[in-house]
Structures are given as structure tokens and as C-alpha cells.
Design a protein around this ligand. Structure first.
Ligand SMILES: Nc1ncnc2c1ncn2[C@@H]1O[C@H](COP(=O)(O)OP(=O)(O)O)[C@@H](O)[C@H]1O
Ligand SMILES: [Mg+2]
Length: 347
């Protein structure tokens, strides 16, 4: 996927941006000039929403009533125009002039990999970060998973509300109404776990080599997916029912899974330095970029943050090999590839 132009109107800090993207681009400028916002604008034209998990209204510039993000985007070897508008009346996304009824359509069609300073949370944060990353990655890679995830979330809500009701009733009696939800949670959950396990294996096969190139160290990197459903049968999970009723929510399923990264045999979360964690996080994202259905748009925010010039140079080179890069940084380091055109903003 490639983006060749971006137009922003009243998008966060930007009144008007008209950007041509000939190839790889580095946005350089001091804090607060709107580098992250520009990457966010590109993300909006790529998948119809921001990479920060914020309400759409926050994308509208303070004092304005409508924001627009319009991009010329090529995916699946076909040029498209994506237009996104957010106003008080709501949000509309058009692809080639046709209004999308389901935003997921865009997520399943395009290919974008985003890295931000938050990625360190894939290594050291709550497991929810890794789960979200894997699920979005899986949806971009394979059509159909998004609807499985949506259905899973619905079933989980239903099952949790029955468990909470059962707890509030004093946990007595037999509740047959739980059974169909348990069976669906198990089936949908297994499908999600399978896709995630498959992705983690694919990522793990690439990460050691990438990490070695990025860090210059031959430290072994391993990924261990800790599934939220252990075992192949639903029977083994029934033993948890008493505790589930006491807590009032489901204690098994992909929403309980985690991802552990080890570096040199030690848990990276506890032992690695911030620079090492950030390098591992970059290695995961570079692996993702290589595994996408087509060469993706790689949005790399704060490229140099917590990395020395050698490491950041390797990171951006790897992303450039995998797809089209638009990166941001407070400054350009010597040694970064010449093919990364520099655009100074805010000066
Ligand atoms: N909706 C908005 N309207 C106006 N300004 C905004 C809005 N959202 C964020 N900003 C401002 O944009 C600036 C941050 O832009 P950002 O893209 O994060 O900068 P950079 O990445 O260059 O440091 C901040 O000064 C912030 O207050
Ligand atoms: Mg920024």
C-alpha cells in the first residue's frame, strides 16, 4: 500500500496541510509542531480512524466545526481516494466517493503498520496492548477475523452479565442459560487463539535476525504466547465456573491471554533497558511489516526516541525495505538513509 498525497483541513493542530508523498518521508521539527498529528492524518486515510484510542471529535481542530482528511492511496494495485470528515453531526468515510457503512472494510483492505512511543508497552505493559496489536494485525492480514472478534466481544459481554447476575442471586441453583454462551465463547475463542498463535510463530521466526541487526547484539529473543484457553476441551474449563460466578466475569478466553518476550532467556519486561525494550518493540513491528499481505505504509512516530543513531538508522532502513515509510523525529541523524526525504515542519 502506498499513499501519494494527503490533504488535512482543521485536523488537530493543523489548519491546512497539502502534502505530496513521493516516497519515504521524514517529518522533522520541534515538539508540538504537529508531526504526530500528520502521521495520524495518514492513519485516518489508511484505516478511517486515529491510532490513538481517542474519540473522533478530538481530531477536529479546537474552534473548528469540521475536520477533513483526504488521501490518494493505492492498495491491492488499485488507486483509491479516501475521504474522512468528522463534524458535530458525526463521521463519514468515503472510498472513491462511496460512503462506507462498515469501517472494518478499510481495515481489512489496506495495510498499515504504526509504531509510536507506546509500543514499549508491548514488552512491559499490560497484556491488553499485545492482544490489541495481534488482533489488529490479524484483521489486516486475513479477512473475516474482524467479525469473529466483534462476535466474541458480544458473547463475552452476555456471558459476563449472566455470571454477574448469578453472583448477585447468591450463586445458587443451576443456570442452564449460561451454557450456549459458554459454548460460543469457547468456539470463537479457539479461533482467535489459533490465529494469534500462528501470527506469534511467524513473528518469532523473523524477530531474532531483525533484533540482531537493529541492536548489533546476538541476544536470543523469544516470544511466548500465553493463551487464555488452555487445553482443547471445554470440559477442563468448567472447573472454573464456581470462581467465575464469585467474580461475576469470565476467567478464560482470549481476553485473558498475554505475550511474554524474553531477551537472553530473561523476561524483557523486568530486566531489559528501555532502549532494549524499544528495540524489541521495533523488531516486532518490522516483522509485522514484512508479514503483511502487501508492503504496508509504515508510520514511525518518534523514530529516534531512546535509540542511538545506529539503532534508529537500522530501524528505518528495515521499515523502508518492507514498505513505504513516513517517520517523525525532532531531528535528522547523520547516517540515516538518503532515500528518506526530509521535510521540516513548523519552521
Ligand atoms: N484538536 C486540536 N486542536 C488544536 N490543537 C490540538 C488539537 N489536538 C492537539 N493539538 C495540539 O497539537 C500539538 C501536538 O501536536 P503533535 O502532532 O503531537 O506534535 P509533535 O508530534 O510535533 O510533537 C499540541 O500542542 C496540542 O496541544
Ligand atoms: Mg509527536
Amino acid at each position: 500500500m502506498r499513499v501519494s498525497s494527503l490533504l488535512l483541513r482543521d485536523f488537530r493542530v493543523h489548519r491546512a496541510v497539502d502534502l505530496a508523498l513521493p516516497g519515504h518521508l521524514l517529518l522533522v521539527g520541534p515538539n508540538g509542531v504537529g508531526k504526530t498529528s500528520m502521521l495520524e492524518g495518514l492513519h485516518v486515510v489508511a484505516v478511517g480512524r486515529s491510532f490513538r484510542r481517542v474519540p473522533d471529535e478530538q481530531l477536529v481542530r479546537h474552534g473548528a466545526s469540521l475536520m477533513e482528511a483526504v488521501g490518494d492511496v493505492v492498495w491491492n494495485a488499485t488507486p483509491h481516494r479516501v475521504e474522512c470528515r468528522v463534524a458535530d453531526t458525526g463521521k463519514r468515510v468515503l472510498v472513491d466517493g462511496r460512503a462506507l457503512t462498515r469501517l472494518g472494510e478499510l481495515v481489512e483492505s489496506t495495510a498499515v503498520v504504526t509504531t509510536t512511543s507506546e509500543d514499549i508497552l508491548l514488552v512491559e505493559g499490560s497484556p491488553a496492548h499485545a492482544r490489541r496489536w495481534l488482533d489488529l494485525f490479524a484483521c489486516q492480514k486475513e479477512r473475516g477475523l474482524l467479525s469473529v472478534l466483534v462476535r466474541y466481544a458480544q458473547v463475552l459481554r452476555q456471558r459476563n452479565s449472566l455470571l454477574a447476575r448469578w453472583r448477585d442471586d447468591g450463586g445458587t441453583g443451576v443456570r442452564d442459560d449460561l451454557e450456549p454462551w459458554t459454548a460460543q465463547l469457547f468456539d470463537l475463542g479457539k479461533e482467535i487463539e489459533e490465529r494469534r498463535t500462528h501470527l506469534v510463530r511467524a513473528v518469532e521466526s523473523l524477530v531474532p535476525e531483525i533484533y540482531e541487526k537493529v541492536s548489533g547484539c546476538r541476544t536470543a529473543v523469544r516470544l511466548a504466547y500465553q493463551p487464555g484457553i488452555r487445553g482443547d476441551s471445554i470440559e477442563g474449563l468448567r472447573g472454573m465456573l464456581r470462581r467465575e460466578v464469585a467474580r461475576g466475569h469470565s476467567l478464560w478466553g482470549p481476553h485473558r491471554a498475554g505475550l511474554e518476550v524474553t531477551l537472553g532467556g530473561m523476561p524483557a519486561k523486568a530486566f531489559a533497558s528501555r532502549g532494549e525494550k524499544r528495540s524489541v518493540a521495533f523488531a516486532l513491528k518490522i516483522a509485522q511489516a514484512r508479514l503483511m499481505r502487501e508492503p504496508p505504509l509504515c508510520l514511525v512516530d518518534d523514530l529516534a526516541l531512546e535509540l542511538d543513531a545506529r539503532r534508529s538508522g537500522e530501524v528505518v532502513r528495515h521499515f523502508m525495505e518492507a514498505g513505504q515509510v513516513v517517520a517523525s523525529s525532532a531531528r535528522r541523524e547523520s547516517g540515516w538513509p538518503d532515500a528518506l526525504a526530509v521535510m521540516d515542519i513548523g519552521r
